[in-house]
Ligand binder design. Sequence first.
Ligand code: HEM
Ligand code: NAG
Ligand code: NAG
Ligand code: NAG
Ligand code: NAG
Length: 328
Amino acid sequence: MSPVHLLLLFTAVAAAVPGEILRPRFYRETCPEAEFIVRREMRKAMLKEPRSVASVMRFQFHDCFVNGCDASLLLDDTPNMVGEKLSLSNINSLRSFEVVDDIKEAIEKACPATVSCADIVIMAARDAVALTGGPDWEVKLGRKDSLTASQKDSDDIMPSPRANATSLVDLFRRFNLSAKDMVALSGSHSIGEGRCFSIMFRLYNQSGSGKPDPALEPSFREKLNKLCPLGGDENVTGDLDATPRVFDNQYFKDLVSGRGFLNSDQTLYTSPETRGYVEMFSEDQEEFFRAFVEGMVKMGDLQSGRPGEIRFNCRVVNRKPLNVLLES
Ligand code: HEM
Ligand SMILES: *[C@@H]1O[C@H](CO)[C@@H](O)[C@H](O)[C@H]1NC(C)=O
Ligand SMILES: *[C@@H]1O[C@H](CO)[C@@H](O)[C@H](O)[C@H]1NC(C)=O
Ligand SMILES: *[C@@H]1O[C@H](CO)[C@@H](O)[C@H](O)[C@H]1NC(C)=O
Ligand SMILES: *[C@@H]1O[C@H](CO)[C@@H](O)[C@H](O)[C@H]1NC(C)=O
């Protein structure tokens, strides 16, 4: 068999793998310092810009819900592929991709071609939570990076900030995540910021009523009106809860007092379907932390079953294998 045929055979076998078996300490032999490096780079990013760790944490949600946790989110557009970065939920919104680039560069130096970008997203999300005062936990690793991305899939799946509790419960159930998981995972909005763009309708024309969302506590509404005036710059951002640099259960306390930032946040308290969980988490931070970790681990298990690779650069798929080049 010629080397080219051997390579062909090998890629065919690799591509047939239906899904990866994820496990803790996956890189113990091949890259023992991987988790240390990610934590170190995340700490650096946080010192440089506190919000950046929240922005990176969000990547896990936007990656895992769209064809599994495969770093499809991180692919830049190419002439042949419109990726996820410009989708409705992501454009002008997702940020701090350069933090993942820095992590990947540091990891490639220590252990070339070993650690997937998909795993980096999962480790970094965990670290964002741990570094801001939230729970710390063991993550399962061993994911592969996708060969493609789809703007359309992201558009079809990712929820709008206008979403109500019923539609959010339904959406998360499609991914085997319960209403409790969904409410706990929304608690990620304990850190970070959102744009005026995401709440203008809520402040001025909720459900086409020409009025603000009645669930908004009046003094909080006034504050948001000042931050986000009609005709103002909708890229201005506001805090998603009263303690946006600390991962805690303040987010749920804010929902109880009508101070949720997004409609999708406040609806969790307004709706009888989910209110009980909001009340429980607002009163018991440990219960929130437990449920949050469970949700993050479940979300991290989502896989596409599509073929993958270990990308060298998280923004682009690797050069085509020799057999493909020779055939084309
Ligand atoms: C339940 C459905 C969810 C909806 C509708 C939603 C929607 C949003 C929106 C609209 C923003 C602000 C974006 C902007 O204005 O530019 C945001 C920010 C954020 N989301 Fe979510 N989200 C949801 C769930 C989640 C989950 C499950 C996570 C992670 C586990 C997450 C993590 C974050 C973080 C950390 C931020 C702040 C990012 C930053 O400061 O850059 N969200 N989300
Ligand atoms: C929730 O949103 C869905 C989809 O937008 C809509 O069909 C439904 O009527 C809404 N439910 C409530 C209770 O407002
Ligand atoms: C949800 O769980 C069912 C039953 O365990 C499984 O067949 C299905 O593939 C899961 N769906 C997802 C999106 O993980
Ligand atoms: C509010 O929304 C409704 C329905 O989407 C629309 O017909 C109306 O023009 C909007 N009003 C304002 C003041 O934007
Ligand atoms: C926000 O800023 C981006 C450029 O960073 C611009 O393209 C976009 O139009 C702005 N959006 C709004 C709603 O002002």
